[in-house]
Design a protein around this ligand. Structure first.
Ligand SMILES: [Mg+2]
Length: 337
């Protein structure tokens, strides 16, 4: 392991923060990390239900996003990683699919492997901090930066039930490190994405791979309040005890890779919205809509007043009404006890 590796590993655990590429955003990253540690330690305010609880506590709304094609027009590796190693994006994905098919390998593991194999072949060393720095080159759809505050103020305005909060989550097959470098990283209550081990082998090795179907595990983690990845998600938890019911959740995605997540959402009483790049074909979205996989679809324009904003707010209005009804029922049932 080189000295650079040691420094980077230190930064990851918050012990050293002197790397040139990311020193300016270290406090922000640390703040987010410590907030996430608090989540893991169960200090996130997601009180578990119990028969003796003093107030109705299912008041968290969770908006869950895919990243590539949903918040950003292109796969995140195309903005900096592939150009940096001189590889054509279309060729890269074509090769990934071909190798995955030929080897009967998982396409996500294949892309993570090929990315670094090609970097090595090109003689380019890209480590964890380089990936974080690459996040700054990632383009976001119009209005994404402002979306989080706009949705927050809409909910604050419309919520007549005290204490309704909105959380944003990301579940992506892309790379945690690149997402960390984007300007919206600290807007998420938690980010679940694929990640590398940088010191396990000669080439970085996949530590966590989030496949299309694997994404659904994280929906259940949000639903059950089990966000510490060290904890198993498979233990039984009665619906009543789950801190964020699916009916309080909306999943945003852009296509086929989101089908398992959309299906889980809709089958469990949750909501899903599909987006397409503005001005481009909406065929995929129409297909999802006709198949009953989504509530709505819209162009990926996140600005206030857009169709996407309006339709998201309609679903939020329904959730807020639903929360009020459930809260009132809870109070009535409590009186009758
Ligand atoms: Mg996508």
């Amino acid at each position: 392991m080189t000295a650079g590796d040691a420094g980077r590993r230190g930064r990851r655990t918050g012990k050293a923060a002197n790397d040139k590429a990311t020193s300016d955003d270290v406090p922000a990253v640390r703040a987010v990390r410590s907030a996430r540690k608090a989540v893991k330690a169960g200090k996130s305010g997601t009180a578990k239900s119990s028969p003796t609880r003093a107030s109705f506590d299912k008041k968290v709304i969770a908006l869950v996003y895919d990243f590539d094609g949903t918040l950003s027009p292109r796969p995140m590796q195309e903005y900096a990683f592939l150009p940096q190693i001189g590889v054509d994006a279309a060729q890269f994905w074509k090769e990934t699919n071909r190798v995955a098919r030929e080897q009967e390998a998982d396409p996500l593991i294949t892309y993570m492997h090929l990315l670094y194999k090609k970097a090595k072949d090109a003689g380019v060393r890209i480590d964890r901090d380089d990936l974080v720095a690459q996040g700054r080159a990632v383009e976001l759809f119009a209005g994404v930066i402002e979306w989080f505050d706009e949705i927050g103020s809409y909910v604050a305005l419309r919520s007549e039930s005290q204490g309704v909060t909105v959380r944003h989550y990301m579940i992506s097959s892309g790379l945690t490190e690149i997402i960390e470098g984007t300007p919206i990283y600290d807007r998420f209550h938690n980010v679940f994405a694929s990640e590398y081990w940088f010191d396990a082998y000669d080439l970085p090795y996949p530590k966590r791979v989030i496949t299309d179907t694997g994404k659904t595990q994280y929906l259940f983690r949000i639903n059950k309040g089990v966000e510490d990845l060290g904890e198993t998600i498979n233990q039984h938890m009665p619906e009543m005890e789950r801190p964020i019911p699916f009916s309080n959740m909306i999943y945003f995605g852009d296509g086929e890779t989101d089908v398992p997540s959309m299906a889980v959402m809709r089958k469990n009483g949750g909501h899903a919205i599909a987006v397409h790049a503005p001005g481009e074909s909406k065929d995929k979205c129409v297909g999802l809509f006709k198949a009953g996989r989504i509530d709505f679809f819209a162009a990926a324009d996140y600005r206030r007043g857009s169709d996407l904003f309006k339709r998201t707010c309609l679903l939020i209005d329904r959730m807020l009404a639903d929360i009020r009804v459930k809260e009132e029922l809870w109070a009535v049932e409590r009186e009758l006890k």
